[in-house]
Design a protein. Structure first.
Lengths: 924, 502
């Protein structure tokens, strides 16, 4: 600017004295200044000006996927490096000699860049030229920079209630918009209840709010909703899409999986307002916490919600790898709003992540004990209080008569059956077959198989899960070769049931291949039957203290704990040090083409290194994620909670805050609250939500005006309140509340509310949808059994996520099939019947009163005379029909005693219609 | 047009206009392509590695997601009927005539065919199995077709065979997913979803993408083979059923007359109109029209799904028996649906997994019934479409998810009780007809025992690329942004099979 400033200073002095000339000259100078401003030295903003040009015009050929002519503009170091021509295409400070500038200025389309495309505009050429002259500096994308304390715009206005409004107000003014007035009490009550607890509050809370005229009433309502036990259920529904939680394993047979304890953990965590950093640490690395509790393990099922393929003939390693990559992608997309999966095959085409960095990140997840086993191992076995006390007794015993390590190992084994070797990983199979479901080893007579590299240090006991169904068989374990030293000889009793048993083995040192041989003298020669199945094998240390008084009692407890039939949940457990997997880059994403070996690490470009003392495992990773310098984690959750309330994220693409995502409308608001969340709210999501819903922005009326429709049809600047269709879960839960049938029961196994028959029909899977009975028919949507290949149809119609992979955002659609659900699905028809009965019970004798009452139950407001007239007409039409045709009245009401009169059936038709009103399906 | 229809049209137009206006403003008038979100979809970003050309982006209008749209290029086909024989039929018993294989019948499989290969069930050294059928040549094209398909033989001159199709998935679920979604993993949109996303559908009173299944069981990959993956869920296939509601929830509750349903939808819509006057939200207009459409769909869908009133000669032609869940009934339904403007009909027929471990799936027992159950109906479909002048605009595809081995299956190394073949990825046959595909043509050849492709080898992706091409799409440009990159049906593969296009 110096040169320009000088000119400006000199001119007026020379022409001083002539006002007219001064004016002319001033205008001239301003003109020059303006043209300078846009042509010469004005500092170029890399992110706002340069990056969009590079992304749009250059990066397809010179980016992460292709680097034509050896030139890539993805990273600065690559962009400034020598290209195939032997010299760099960009020379900082010297646009005249930069090949890039030369080429974009040419006329010959064969030589000009972008190759065979429209030339760049003068403006674009100008930006790139200035950028190189100014040193070709790279700028970091906003979301990859650390979250800084952001000052709140010093706006004051009577409308403003808190800092949210100050950010919003500023943009409203810039866009010449004014906020709407506050919505009416009834609307706010319904809106904030559906948003915070996903259903209607108990009558006393609603009543208290509606009857309290004070300013404070709303805050009291918000506080009581945040304290409600239903809060956790509502927010769990959001989280389970991200965690791709389902009750089945996916793929062909898509059989059931018991993992609902994870869903319950999420509900509980939201209810106790577990700080978000702890919430994530437990899910990513709960198993690596010192002395993990059951809850710590169960939280790690977040990563175990990946799919397991049981289909015969599938390669377990292929699907184990798929699960690991899925965990990586989920961690990025759910927690960091970044789509990382691109980098699986090549460096990111737009964002600064390198191919190799993907696999460094993979290595954090690559050493868990799961191997795509049909048994979904490793599992956490949850003991009840009695068994927990017995576990305590056993572990204390081991500690007393052996040592701390032994005691820990025993406890770990009894809780997880780990470390175990899965029998189907055996090789050198003779007279041995891996069964069709890829699960068990099947042994014929004279069978032989090998387990490689078994850790026998300290091991003097063999535990295995097996099923012997021919008597007189002997299983022998040989060291190092098929005829090596026998370290155990086992004669299992005939049982023909799956069982877990322990047998002594000779103590050995070191790591060995073990050959298992099976022979049975009572089997005739040539017999090809199978005589034993084996599922897993573990080499352990025996219970110590054989000579001590009480040993037998403890041994009994030890064995019974090992076998106890208890609930299990798939969880994360790390591999023991002897079975560590190395992680390699997959060339072009192909797992069979291994590239360079990589160590655990995080991408460099996020301007936040792994803390120095962090362990190189998932625990370290979880600390990095939740470190206050991590730029993405806090921003992502702030953006997501906003989206849940307002329907659209401040950065609309929740799944992508990178350079390809839609830029945020109120970046400062995200940053401010990301900072607040970490530093002032101590990661409390309830505090953040309270701030959002207490704002005047949230409380606005949602009516549109022609002006708003013109200026801001999508409500991007928030000059009105959110008006959105309810989510699949909110819709079901609301209707259950209205019908008065909502069950208050929390937690437990997933339930099967009414679903038409013939929906489930998977091959090789005899599971049936068994309609739940009693109150389980009326549980909240979050407890509905979720089968991946055939999800609950009415919820899918309303844009529920299939939960096969992480789903960062649901897109709301509006289709006739949705109307058919709320009109005709028997579950909804049943709710209409129950609602009609409630109208009769609470509305008095008069039909008008009953319908008015119904409307009030739904919307906390009085029905308008026009609407009442419409529904009275409908009532009369229905009443006339049912009076003439009693059998229809019986049919429609399911012969319900209270309803199966012409009056009852007619009211039910009205109830069904009321439950389909736009204002009921939407949140106003 | 009735007054009601005029009213509907007006509502639709207004909802559309408002939504599009909003939409355009938000997403399309931006200077930069950076603002593209999931709602404004195009290939402006360029493919992952492909250059961004001038290609009309598909416009997704959440208020009217199924309105008919023009493809970027003029396509030959307007609709698709995809007949999938779930379980993978044997090409060696139907279309791929291999007299040499007969000579090897009963001999041990040469080690060269086994080295480095993995099979689903074959272990050790299996025996070769000669064709379990007699073949003869048919039509002017002289196509070899087995005597298991006497009816189909008569239309040899209407179809193109692809005899050297390959896949890389030898398990049913992943292979079916590959055929329909371009990926062996769950989570990608199916072909029918892509097509309805790109073209919408002609009849707003019917779903745009209908799925019919027979054989008693859903395909191995479940509903994911007609799932919408990352596309909006409105594009997933709608299963029409022959038992229970033909479309889920299409029937009014028992005891509710049509008249009463009409009255109740009228009341709902009038109340919603009052709501609209207060709130001015175009979403309300959209909801009003969705309820009207639902009402009409309640009439249209059961009508289309009811084949009782088809004339006797049609039933005779297809071999249909009203009231039964059968492949034949589904094929007739497919024709009726396409006739009514449905864009994509996908049929699955379960029970083609000819392992020979059971009588029902033995090549020489159960499969013979299976061939009979499809022969007449699939032949009738082609003839019927032709006589109605619909064949040129309807692309019919017949396929399994992979082929079957020239070896006889020996499960777990022991001989199977019946004659059967294991899963085979290296060659199988697909046929296509109509929609601008050559007539009486065969493309691709396998070696003399039908083990692998020797010429004209094609991949599943090529078939997908060709289907999209016939509908007016360049499969490389037809993308949707997801997880940070533009995704397409054919992933990074696929070449249009120009040789088979008429």
């Amino acid at each position: 600017m110096n040169r320009i400033s000088n000119v400006f200073l000199v001119l007026p002095m020379r022409f001083a004295g002539s006002k007219k000339i001064l004016v002319v000259v001033s205008l001239l100078v301003i003109g020059i200044l303006i043209s300078f401003r846009f042509t010469k030295d004005e500092l170029v903003d890399f992110n706002a000006e340069v990056k969009p040009i590079l992304n749009k015009k250059c990066i397809t050929c010179h980016g992460g996927v292709k680097a034509k002519a050896g030139f890539s503009v993805l990273f600065r170091e690559d962009a400034l490096a020598n290209t195939e021509s032997g010299k760099p295409a960009i020379i900082p400070g010297d646009p005249a000699n930069s090949e890039m500038i030369r080429r974009i200025n040419l006329n010959d389309p064969e030589e000009r860049m972008p190759y065979r495309h429209e030339p760049l505009s003068d403006r674009e050429i100008n930006i790139l030229t200035r950028w190189i002259r100014q040193g070709a500096k790279w700028g970091d994308h906003w979301a990859y920079l650390p979250v800084q304390k952001t000052s709140v715009p010093p706006k004051e206005d009577p409308w403003i209630k808190n800092d949210v409004d100050r950010f919003i107000f500023e943009r409203l003014k810039e866009n010449k918009l004014s906020p709407s007035q506050q919505a009416g009490k009834a609307i706010l009550l319904r809106r904030v209840s559906l948003d915070l607890i996903g259903m209607y509050p108990p009558q006393e809370i609603a009543g208290k709010y509606l009857s309290n005229p004070s300013e404070k009433a709303y805050e009291i309502l918000v506080d009581s909703l945040l304290e409600s036990k239903h809060y956790g259920e509502r927010w769990a529904a959001m989280w389970l899409d991200l965690a791709r939680y389902a009750d089945t394993k996916g793929y062909e047979a898509d059989v059931g999986r018991e993992i609902w304890k994870y869903r319950d953990w999420v509900i509980g965590a939201f209810n106790e307002d577990k700080p978000y950093d702890q919430f994530l640490i437990q899910q990513i690395a709960g198993d690596l916490l010192p002395d993990p509790l059951d809850a710590d393990y169960i939280a790690t099922a977040f990563s175990r919600n990946s799919m397991t393929n049981d289909e015969g003939g599938t390669d377990n390693e292929e699907f184990r790898t798929a699960a690991v990559l899925d965990r990586v992608n989920t961690t990025w997309e759910a927690l960091m709003g970044t789509t990382f999966s691109c980098v699986q095959c090549h460096s990111h085409p737009y964002d600064p992540f390198r191919h190799e960095e993907y696999y460094s990140f993979v290595s954090y997840f690559n050493n868990s004990r799961d191997e795509d086993q049909p048994g979904d191992y490793p599992l956490l076995r949850t003991f009840n209080d009695t068994l927990s006390r017995e576990l305590e007794t056993v572990t204390n015993w081991v500690k007393k008569y052996s040592d701390e390590d032994h005691s820990k190992a025993t406890k770990h084994f009894l809780r997880t059956w780990q470390p175990a070797i899965y029998a189907n990983t055996a090789d050198s199979l003779v007279n041995t077959v891996i069964d069709g479901n890829n699960s068990d080893l099947l042994l014929r007579n004279n069978a032989l198989f090998r387990l490689k590299k078994v850790d026998l240090r300290h091991a003097d006991e063999l535990v295995f899960q097996f099923n012997p169904y021919t008597k007189n068989g002997i299983l022998k374990l040989h060291m190092d070769s098929p005829d090596g030293e026998v370290i155990a000889s086992i004669k299992p009793a005939l049982n023909s049931k799956w069982q877990i048993s322990s047998f002594p083995s000779l103590q050995q040192a070191g790591i060995h291949d073990i050959y298992f041989s099976y022979s049975n003298t009572s089997v005739p020669v040539g017999n090809q039957d199978f005589h034993m199945k084996i599922n897993w094998i573990s080499f352990n240390r025996q219970l110590p203290g054989k000579d001590q008084p009480g040993y037998k009692v403890v041994l009994e407890k030890y064995r019974s704990l090992m076998k106890a039939q208890v609930p299990t949940t798939p969880v994360m457990v790390e591999n023991p040090t002897t079975i560590q997997r190395a992680t390699h880059v997959f060339e072009r994403g192909n797992r069979l083409t291994l590239g360079k070996k990589v160590e655990p690490g995080v991408p460099k470009s996020l301007s936040m290194a792994m803390p120095a003392n962090a362990p190189k495992n998932r625990m370290g990773l979880s600390l990095w994620l939740t470190n206050k310098n991590n730029p993405l984690v806090s921003r992502t959750i702030v953006n997501r909670l906003w989206e849940q309330l307002f329907g659209t994220g401040i950065a609309e693409t929740l799944e992508d805050m990178g350079t390809q995502g839609i830029p945020p409308t109120h970046k400062e608001l995200i940053d401010h609250y990301a900072y607040q969340l970490m530093h002032d709210y101590n990661w409390s999501l309830k505090k953040l939500l309270k701030e959002f819903v207490m704002s005047a922005t949230y409380r606005q009326d949602s009516k549109l005006t022609p002006e708003l429709r013109e200026k801001d049809p999508y409500n991007k600047w928030y000059a009105r309140g959110p008006r959105l269709r309810l989510s699949a879960e909110q819709l079901r839960d609301q209707h259950l509340c209205i019908s008065g049938m909502m069950s208050d029961k929390m937690y437990g196994k997933s339930v099967m509310p009414w679903q038409p028959s013939g929906i489930w029909n998977s091959p090789y899977n005899g599971s049936q949808w068994l309609n739940s009975s009693g109150e389980d028919r009326y549980r909240r949507a979050v407890y509905t059994y979720w089968k991946r290949s055939s999800p609950y149809p009415s919820m899918i119609s309303f844009d529920g996520a299939q939960r096969v992979v992480c789903n960062a955002r649901r897109i709301r659609t509006n289709t006739p099939l949705q109307a058919l659900v709320t009109l005709n699905d028997s579950a909804y028809v049943d709710m209409a019947a129950q609602f009609a009965k409630r109208m009769m019970r609470e509305g008095g004798k008069d039909v008008k009163m009953q319908i008015s009452k119904g409307y009030e139950i739904m919307l906390y407001a009085s029905i308008s005379p026009e609407k009442l007239k419409l529904f009275m007409e409908l009532y009369h039409t229905a009443f006339n029909e049912f009076s003439k045709d009693k059998s229809s009245a019986y049919s429609i009401t399911g012969e319900d005693k209270e309803l199966s009169t012409a009056e009852g059936a007619a009211l039910m038709v009205v109830a069904n219609a009321l439950l389909n009103l736009d204002e009921v399906v939407m949140k106003n | 047009m009735t007054r009601q229809e005029i009213h509907d049209q007006r509502l639709i137009r207004e909802a559309q206009r408002t939504a599009m206006q909003a939409h355009t403003r938000r997403h399309f008038l931006k200077e930069s392509a950076m603002g593209l979100g999931a709602l404004a979809i195009g290939s402006l970003l360029g493919g992952c590695g492909s250059s961004s050309g001038k290609y009309n982006p598909v416009v997704f209008d959440p208020a009217r997601p199924l309105l008919p749209k023009s493809p970027p290029f003029s396509g030959r086909a307007k609709s698709v009927i995809f007949l999938h024989m779930a379980g993978a039929p044997s090409q060696l018993e139907l279309f791929d005539y291999k007299p040499e294989l007969m000579k090897m019948d009963g001999l041990d499989c040469p080690p060269s065919l086994l080295a480095g290969k993995q099979f689903a069930f074959i272990r050790g050294i299996p025996k070769m199995l000669g064709p379990q059928a007699n073949f003869s040549q048919h039509g002017e094209s002289g196509s070899w077709i087995s005597d298991h398909l006497p009816h189909f033989s008569s239309i040899a001159d209407e179809v193109t065979f692809l005899k050297a199709v390959t896949t890389d998935q030898f398990n049913h679920a992943p292979a079916q997913l590959l055929v329909h979604t371009g990926s062996p993993r769950l989570g990608r949109p199916s072909l029918g979803s892509w097509v309805t996303y790109g073209l919408g559908t002609e009849n707003q009173n019917l779903p745009g993408f209908v799925v019919l299944s027979s054989g008693g069981t859903l395909p191995d990959a479940g509903k994911s083979v007609w799932g919408s993956g990352f596309l909006p869920s409105v594009y997933q296939g709608v299963q029409c059923r022959s038992e229970g509601d033909p479309v889920l929830f299409i029937n009014d509750p028992r005891g509710m007359s049509r008249n009463l349903r009409k009255a109740s939808i009228d009341a709902i819509n009038k109340a919603n109109q009052q709501e609209y006057e207060e709130y001015q939200d175009p979403e309300i207009l959209s909801r009003i029209s969705q309820y009207e459409m639902a009402y009409r769909m309640q009439i249209t869908a059961p009508e289309v799904m009811n084949i009782d009133n088809e004339p006797e000669y049609v039933h005779e032609m297809y071999g249909t028996k009203p009231g039964k869940a059968s492949f034949a009934n589904n094929v007739l339904l497919a024709r009726r649906l396409v006739e009514k403007g449905v864009r994509f009909v996908q049929l699955f027929d379960w029970g083609w997994d000819a392992h020979g471990d059971h009588e029902s799936n033995a090549l020489n027992v159960g499969m013979i019934n299976k061939y009979r159950s499809v022969d007449k109906a699939m032949t009738a479909l082609i003839l019927d479409l032709k006589q109605r002048g619909m064949l040129e605009e309807t692309l019919v595809v017949w396929a399994g998810e992979f082929g079957r081995t020239p070896m006889m299956e020996n499960r777990n190394g022991a001989q199977n009780p019946y004659k059967g073949r294991d899963h085979h990825t290296e060659a199988f046959t697909i046929w296509m007809a109509g929609g601008g595909i050559k007539k009486g043509y065969s493309y691709g050849e396998t070696d003399e025992i039908g083990y692998s492709a020797v010429s004209g080898k094609t991949e599943v992706f090529d078939v997908q690329a060709t289907i999209l091409h016939q509908l007016g799409f360049d499969h490389e440009q037809f993308t949707y942004p997801f997880q940070g990159r533009p995704f397409r049906l054919t992933d990074v593969a696929g070449k249009v099979i120009d040789a088979i296009i008429a």
